[in-house]
Design a binder for this molecule. Structure first.
Ligand code: DOR
Ligand code: ZN
Length: 364
């Protein structure tokens, strides 16, 4: 397929890294993901975080209760690792099947991560348990050392923490989430371990200049922070390579206007409403539409040992203007608006509405 393609039919994709929040925010954003993706790995960094079986079960129920009535969407729940979490929680959670994965936030690395892990060595018993049970470890890969430049925190994490962790737990399934550097790309590509990485749409579209264009642009502030152009180019090459170690994870992270713009604004980019179209634009620009399905719909299930989705989704080359924001349900205040990634821009691809049709056997 070339960039002249006008239509693209792929198996229904999954989002392997998503923030859905809770309450009115959850109700305002969940449909955007559920309308397109069949499954999503739901991050546990609520306040308080999801650190127990019951909390995960109840959160899953709230997500399902918030879905539009015709939705077919599986939220895959994760547990938030802390210094004092007991391995028993992982064992019992595994028996009940509630935990799809365990999320490692280095303490204070990002939004609602203050309860995260302060010393990786101290949670080795938890990692041992994950390895034995076969529960994937999902990593926010940044050091929090204030002496390390914010743009170097991912690379330093790889050297200081990830490399030793992988050699200590060679049987552990690990995903380095939302990679942002050419260093991470190479590390994942060359790894002999059970390691994969997700890549967000925003890190494929923006470099660090976006945060400072004509002033401070909080809508482009996320963590790991967007890096130099050479890293964006490396990420685009990785995502569009078709290599099985790279797959789709939006890291869509909604924050209302008032939490983005304050003396200490939150990190996160809300890309869920046009995430698939955003990725498609990149694959089209890179002349790699023939590898879009691998990245969006095949590599993730293959890594996790899950079945591929049976339905297809159709994208058409039809321009659309991206709206500015989603309003939080139950509020009319401008402070309760969530800016959408690509707001005010035109994207060249659109999802053919009601295109989710039963998968045909001829398309293999
Ligand atoms: O930009 C981000 N936002 N990165 C994260 O790791 C967390 C996320 C959030 O929850 O807002
Ligand atoms: Zn995230």
């Amino acid at each position: 397929m070339t960039s002249k393609a006008k239509e693209l039919i792929i198996r229904q994709p999954d989002d392997w890294h998503l923030h859905l929040r809770d309450g009115n925010l959850l109700r305002s954003v969940v449909a955007a993901s559920a309308n397109v993706f069949r499954r999503a790995v739901v991050m546990p960094n609520l306040s308080p975080p999801i650190t127990s079986i019951n909390a995960a079960i109840n959160y899953k129920k709230r997500i399902l209760d918030s879905l539009p009535s015709n939705s077919v969407f599986d939220p895959l729940m994760t547990i938030y690792l802390t210094d004092d979490l007991s391995p028993k929680v992982l064992e019992e959670g595994n028996k009940s099947g509630i935990f799809f994965g365990a999320k490692l936030y280095p303490a204070n690395s990002t939004t609602n991560s203050s309860h995260g892990v302060s010393d990786l060595n101290a949670i080795y018993p938890l990692l041992e348990t994950l390895q034995v049970l076969g529960i994937p470890l999902l990593i926010h890969g940044e050091v929090t050392d204030k002496n390390v430049d914010i743009y170097d925190r991912e690379a330093v994490f790889i050297d200081r923490n990830l490399h030793p962790l992988l050699s200590r737990f060679p049987g552990l399934k690990v995903v380095l989430e939302h990679i942002t550097t050419d260093y991470a790309v190479q590390f994942v590509e060359k790894s002999q371990y059970n390691l994969a990485a997700t890549i967000t749409p925003h890190h494929l579209h923006i470099n660090r200049n976006a945060m400072f264009e004509g002033g401070v642009r909080s809508d482009f502030y996320c963590l790991p922070i967007a890096k130099r152009e050479k890293h964006r180019i490396a990420l685009r090459k990785a995502a569009t390579s078709g290599k099985s170690c790279f797959f789709l994870g939006t890291d869509s992270a909604p924050h209302t206007r008032d939490s983005k713009e304050s003396s200490c604004g939150c990190a996160g980019i809300f890309n869920a409403p046009y995430a698939l179209e955003s990725y498609a634009e990149v694959f089209d620009q890179e002349d790699a539409l023939d590898r879009f399905e691998a990245f969006a719909s095949l590599n993730g299930p293959a890594f996790y040992g899950l079945p591929m989705n049976q339905k297809t989704i159709t994208l058409v080359k039809k321009s659309q203007l991206i709206p500015e924001f989603v309003q939080v349900k139950g509020s009319h205040s401008p402070s309760q608006r969530i800016s959408i990634f690509h707001a005010g821009q035109t994207l060249k691809w659109s999802i053919l509405s009601s295109s989710l049709t039963q998968y045909h056997n001829s398309h293999t």
